[in-house]
Design a protein around this ligand. Structure first.
Ligand code: AMP
Length: 277
């Protein structure tokens, strides 16, 4: 595996390659979910590039940024074992040579006003800042993102359309622990007891899905919120939305594809998940 820290060196190498380039951007602290994206890239592309960069501009909460787990040696081992061709490992000065202030804002529109956008002001603008720079550096033919960050996939799809980038977006399924908990770098910050309890997030989503013909969504949401609260969760949102547009729905619809989305905190760690209904 080649490791590049500078865009110039990365470009020099990639300019000498032919064929399709799959790209998996990450913030490190890698787990099997990240590796599954890489494997999907390897199956469909001639060359697979992964990046690790903990992007300061997407953390609306500075404490979350400070506490973000960093396990770079282990990450390099996992990526190398998975057969990654190239790891791009820039530092902040490389990605933001003009500093972090006064960056031009992207037009995120409605997606910035709901769910993650509403509860993490500035987050998606930070995501767009870094993804635009990474896509410009790597120039992939295919981009692999996890459905766990469902709204992020929609924001990035919109970003690529707005900026005229002709890149195929492949959205990959969420990998879970045996308990059902979505694998996440942030899970490492949970105590063993909280890790067990965190499985309730997915079971609540499943419960709502299973009962959708028996009770209205607001009733099922109340039940789930109550269970989560009793177990020490502090829930930011639990919503039902149209999956094509993320328009929020008051109740289940017989005609639309829907998705449940949740963000909740346990032991101060913010966890998100979703489930198609
Ligand atoms: P992150 O390092 O958390 O920014 O994630 C990098 C990429 O991995 C994003 O596209 C995520 O959606 C994806 N990802 C994170 N967790 C999972 C998971 N459990 N299963 C599949 N993909 C994931």
């Amino acid at each position: 595996m080649f490791i590049f820290k500078k865009q110039k060196d990365l470009r020099e190498f990639l300019d000498g390659q032919t064929g399709s380039i799959g790209f998996v951007p990450t913030m490190g602290a890698l787990h099997e979910g990240h590796i599954s994206l890489l494997q999907t890239s390897k199956q469909s592309c001639d060359l697979s590039v992964c990046s690790i960069f903990v992007n300061p501009t997407q953390f609306n909460d500075p404490k979350d940024f400070e506490k973000y787990p960093v396990t770079i040696d282990e990450d390099i081992r996992l990526l190398s074992e998975a057969g990654t061709d190239v790891l791009f490992l820039p530092d902040v000065a490389e990605m933001y040579p003009d500093g972090l202030n006064g960056l031009t804002a992207f037009d995120i529109g409605e997606l910035d006003l709901i769910l993650e956008g509403q509860f993490r002001p500035g987050h998606f603008n930070g995501v767009c800042q870094i993804v635009y720079r990474l896509l410009t550096a790597v120039r992939p033919t295919h981009l692999f993102l996890g459905e766990k960050d469902f709204q992020q996939c929609m924001v990035i799809q919109q970003l690529m359309k707005q900026t005229g980038m002709d890149i195929s977006l492949i959205t990959c399924p969420t990998l879970r622990e045996d308990s059902g908990l979505a694998k996440s770098s942030r899970n490492a910050r949970l105590s063993p007891e909280a890790l067990e309890k965190a499985a309730l997030i997915y079971s609540c989503l499943n419960h709502i899905k299973e009962k959708k013909n028996e009770a209205p969504f607001p009733v099922l949401r109340e039940e789930a919120m109550h269970i989560l609260h009793q177990n020490g969760f502090d829930t930011e949102y639990l919503e039902l939305a149209e999956s094509a547009t993320l328009r929020l729905l008051d109740d289940f619809s017989a005609t639309q594809s829907m998705i449940l989305l949740i963000a909740t905190r346990l032991e101060g760690v913010r966890l998100i998940d979703n489930l198609r209904v």
